[in-house]
Structures are given as structure tokens and as C-alpha cells.
Design a protein around this ligand. Structure first.
Ligand code: NAD
Length: 510
């Protein structure tokens, strides 16, 4: 395999490509205006540094307690590889204590009038807003995502989920008329590392609104904002045991899944672990919802506004370093416009700034962990060795930390692993189609079914394409837009169940 050039915006072939054979239009040298050019941005580091304890306990029954095993693990900053804090590792005994606390709190919590439960949710939402800057910085330090995303997306949306569900708490009988709104009981909730506080909010807010109590486990690489949320629960006076947060890795998650005192499991994570959980839960009476992986299609028709679509491609795959379950990782471009789209995409990508996640100008932060970076690098290798052409962008990477240049591949075949498997990184596979039928067929040719994007100026084409796509969410002339009023979830190997909107409440009602 040829070594890829370290220069920003170069392809393995060293020149500009024209996948359809047509000559691409001349390109602007946008690098001159960004990166190391004369108009380079000055550094704009976030100045707030939240207080972070040297060690954290488990949040059980309204108190932080030490783990019974005394075992702890470290959480590190992926942007500089420094240890941030030590976090407790919960074993089966700790999980049992958390489940008992949640069970003990259930009668009083579920017996509260919805209006009273709603007040607690409003308080949590407001406290998240009040502590937003601190939470955003903490999320970025612990997870590696750019501060502008934690600040403008993760934290405001987390607050919005609590506000939204606070509003439902006293209106459940209107959500499902004719049905008594009874909670399921004690919910075990396991979340991934890509949107740590937001995923906690997606899980906890509907559960509490419907009168359930919870035991939540954040991912082992990003536990700090869930623990801060536990602090907020204590601060606002949430009754002890209603929310319990236990930290640890897969074994702690398994202990939650297998605990007989749990009534419902809500899992967000990989399809592989989702399968294991489905097997464990199958012989029990536990309810289950799974939000799993994806390999979503972003379809650009020739009549689309190409500049707008290019923004949507970038938003679709490079947002949060591509650590997004619904990332638009398979790009399908109508053959007649592929040269234009690829050319404009190259120009746009040469302006992306990769680096310190705490710099407000950074577009692409750190990859969440060393292991995830190794996975992405394996896919980058396989893309080239299977015959696709690699184009990588971005300025010089920091010497320390886990960083990856945003990349797209042209000349991708549907059989290539980069076109079939979830990479969960800033890597896009560009493919083409001729007719709408071919676009739909190729988009649906995946075991996943989480999301899709459609770009066209024709309203009828939008609706006709969207209704034929096997995807839980279809964005039209936009991508990666989230709102608590809108249900989110997948089909096929992307899981089942919905989070958000009225549909999301169903998972938490008996
Ligand atoms: P993961 O499955 O490895 O881990 C997710 C969580 O499960 C973590 O908290 C982990 O500790 C826990 N876990 C691991 N093994 C377990 C086991 N045997 N039993 C119980 N819990 C266990 O996934 P990840 O690498 O953290 O996250 C990335 C994956 O999550 C991607 O596949 C992504 O698509 C998916 N995801 C899906 C959505 C969605 O809404 N569909 C949202 C975000 C992420």
C-alpha cells in the first residue's frame, strides 16, 4: 500500500480525482485562509476549568459511596492522555445495592402526582442550564469532543430532554388516551461514550416522567458528566434512590442486565453487545429497548443545492469525529454531479480544523480512546488495501492524544468493508447511483436501519424516496438534527424502541 501523504487535502493518487471521468471545476485554495495560512485563526481556548475530584464513588440511594471491592479505574483526557480522575468500579454487590435503592424509592416516586414529578424534572433541567458551561468543558475533557459541540449541542439538548419530559409527567393520560399510565418499575440503563450526558438525559428523563426509578451505567471512558448529573439530582432534592449511577465497564453492565430486581433494560451501544443483552433478557419478563449501531446513507440527487448538501455531508459524518450512531457514513451521489460534489467536499474539508477540543475554533476533536483510534486506523488501512482511493485532510495533528484526520474514500465498492461496517470515526465512503430506484436499493442494502439523508430540490422526490428507505429517521435537506419532541430509533440490526417524542414514553409505561 502506498503511504498517504501527510499534507492536508491530498489523496493517495496525489492529484484531484474525477470519479465520473469529467474534469472537476478549478478549486480555491481555502487552506490559505485557514490552517497554517496567513489568515489562520488565533487560538481561542476555553478558559473555564471545572473542579474535578481525584476520585469518585458510586451514587446509590442519594449518596456517593465507595465500591465494596475498593476497585477503581482511571478516566483519561483523550486529547492529551493525562489521567483526569479515578472512578469506582461497581461489582454485583454494588449493583444489587443500587437496584434495592431504586426498588425502595419506587412506591413513593410512582405514587407522586405527575405534576410533582414534573417539578423535579424542571429543576434538573434548569440546573443543567445553570451549570452548562462547566458541564460542557467536563464533557469535552473526558470525551474529546470539540467544545463548540458540547456547548451548543450536547448540553442544551440534555436540558431540553428534561424540560420536554417534565411537560409530559402530568399529561400521560393524554399521551395514550384510554390507557392507565403505570410505570414499568426499576429500569437498568446502559449508555455509550459518544454523547455521555445527552444519552443519560435520553434515558433518565422519560423514565422519571413516567414514574420509574433507575440504575444508570455510563460508559467507562466517559463517566464524569453522569456523575455530575447525580450531583445535580442530589442538589435539587430528588428523593434518594430515584436515580442511582454506578460506574464500571462491561461486567458492571452485565450485572445490571442479569439482576432479577430489574424490570426493564434500556441499552444504547454496539450491535454486538446489544445481541448479548437480548440473549440474556430473552428468558425473563424484563422489557427491553435497544438503540444500536448504524451505517446510514446520505443521498445527494443531481437537483440538490450542492453547497447546502456539502455542508450536510460534513455535518453528517464529521460531527463528533464521526462517533455518531446515525452518522451519514455512506454517501451516494448521483453520477452526473459526483465530480462537483467531490471537488466542493475537498474544498470544504481543507478548512476543517483538527486539534485541541477545548479550542473554540476546533471542528474535529480527539478520538475517544486509543482502542477506538486503532479501530479507525484499521479501517483506513483496509479501505486502501481493498482498492478505494483515500483523501485525508486537516492540519498537523497534536503530538499527544488520539487524533485522526477526517477522511473520505472514492472508488468504493459495496463489498468493501468501509462500505459495510460501522467505523464510528471520521471516515466517509463515497459511492454513486444513476436512478432514484438504484439509490434506494443501495441505501437499503445494509443490515442496519438507523437513519438516512435525502438531498433534492423536488418535494415529491423527497417524500417518495423517504418512504422507501428502511431507516428509523430520515432527514430531508438536512442531517444530524435532534429534538426531544421527535422520536429516534432504528430498524433491523440498529435495534428497536424509540427515544424522544410521545413514542419514547411507551417504553417506560407498563
Ligand atoms: P459498547 O456496546 O461497547 O458499550 C456500550 C455500553 O455497554 C458501555 O457502557 C459498556 O460498558 C456497556 N457494556 C459493554 N459490554 C456489556 C455487556 N456485556 N453487558 C452490558 N453492558 C455492556 O458500545 P460503545 O463502543 O460504547 O458505543 C458505540 C456504539 O454505540 C456504536 O455501535 C454506536 O452506533 C452505538 N450507539 C447507538 C446509538 C443509538 O441511539 N442507536 C447512540 C449512540 C451510540
Amino acid at each position: 500500500m502506498k503511504p498517504i501523504s501527510e499534507q492536508p487535502g491530498t489523496s493517495e493518487s496525489g492529484g484531484s480525482e474525477s470519479p465520473s471521468g469529467a474534469s472537476p471545476p478549478p478549486r480555491l485554495d481555502l487552506r490559505a485562509a485557514t490552517g497554517s495560512g496567513i489568515f489562520a485563526y488565533a487560538e481561542a481556548p476555553e478558559s473555564v476549568r471545572p473542579e474535578i475530584a481525584d476520585r469518585y464513588g458510586l451514587y446509590i440511594n442519594g449518596r456517593f459511596t465507595d465500591p465494596t471491592s475498593s476497585k477503581r479505574f482511571t478516566t483519561i483526557n483523550p486529547a492529551n492522555e493525562e489521567t483526569i480522575s479515578e472512578v469506582a468500579e461497581a461489582n454485583e454487590t454494588d449493583v444489587d445495592a443500587a437496584v434495592r435503592a431504586a426498588r425502595g424509592a419506587l412506591p413513593a416516586w410512582s405514587g407522586l402526582p405527575g405534576k410533582e414529578r414534573g417539578k423535579y424534572l424542571y429543576r434538573i433541567a434548569r440546573r443543567i442550564q445553570e451549570r452548562a458551561r462547566e458541564l460542557a468543558v467536563l464533557e469535552t475533557i473526558d470525551g474529546g469532543k470539540p467544545i463548540k459541540e458540547s456547548r451548543d449541542v450536547d448540553i442544551p439538548l440534555a436540558a431540553a430532554h428534561f424540560f420536554h419530559h417534565a411537560g409530559w409527567a402530568d399529561k400521560l393520560e393524554y399521551a395514550f388516551p384510554g390507557r392507565a399510565a403505570k410505570p414499568v418499575g426499576v429500569c437498568g440503563q446502559i449508555i455509550p461514550w459518544n454523547f455521555p450526558l445527552l444519552m443519560a438525559a435520553w434515558k433518565i428523563a422519560p423514565a422519571l416522567a413516567c414514574g420509574n426509578t433507575v440504575v444508570l451505567k455510563p460508559a467507562e471512558t466517559t463517566p464524569l458528566t453522569a456523575l455530575r448529573l447525580a450531583e445535580i439530582c442530589a442538589e435539587i432534592g430528588l428523593p434518594p434512590g430515584v436515580v442511582n449511577v454506578v460506574t464500571g465497564a462491561g461486567a458492571t453492565g452485565s450485572a445490571i442486565v442479569d439482576h432479577p430486581g430489574i424490570d426493564k433494560i434500556a441499552f444504547t451501544g454496539s450491535t454486538e453487545v446489544g445481541r448479548l443483552i437480548a440473549r440474556s433478557v430473552a428468558p425473563t419478563n424484563k422489557r427491553l429497548t435497544l438503540e444500536l449501531g448504524g451505517k446510514s446513507a446520505n443521498i445527494i440527487f443531481e437537483d440538490a443545492s450542492i453547497d447546502q448538501a456539502v455542508e450536510g455531508i460534513v455535518e453528517g459524518i464529521y460531527f463528533n469525529q464521526g462517533h455518531v450512531c446515525c452518522a451519514g457514513s455512506r454517501l451516494f451521489v448521483q453520477e452526473s454531479v459526483v465530480a462537483r460534489v467531490v471537488s466542493k467536499l475537498r474544498d470544504r474539508m481543507s478548512t476543517l480544523r483538527v486539534g485541541d477540543p477545548l479550542d473554540k475554533n476546533t471542528d474535529i476533536g480527539a478520538i475517544n480512546s486509543k482502542a477506538q483510534l486503532a479501530t479507525i486506523e484499521r479501517y483506513l488501512e483496509s479501505g486502501s488495501s481493498e482498492g478505494a482511493e483515500r483523501h485525508s485532510f486537516g492540519s498537523d495533528l497534536p503530538a499527544k492524544g488520539f487524533f485522526c484526520r477526517p477522511t473520505f474514500f472514492t472508488g468504493v465498492q459495496p463489498s468493501h468493508s468501509i462500505a459495510r461496517e460501522e467505523i464510528f470515526g471520521p471516515v466517509l465512503s463515497v459511492m454513486t447511483f444513476r436512478t432514484p430506484e438504484e439509490a434506494i436499493g443501495r441505501a437499503n442494502n445494509t443490515p442496519y436501519g438507523l437513519a438516512a439523508g435525502v438531498w433534492t430540490d423536488k418535494g415529491s422526490k423527497i417524500f417518495d424516496t423517504a418512504k422507501h428507505l428502511d431507516a428509523g429517521v430520515v432527514w430531508l435537506n438536512t442531517y444530524n438534527k435532534f429534538d426531544p419532541t421527535s422520536p429516534f430509533g432504528g430498524f433491523k440490526e440498529s435495534g428497536f424502541g424509540r427515544e424522544g417524542g410521545r413514542h419514547g414514553l411507551l417504553a417506560y409505561l407498563a
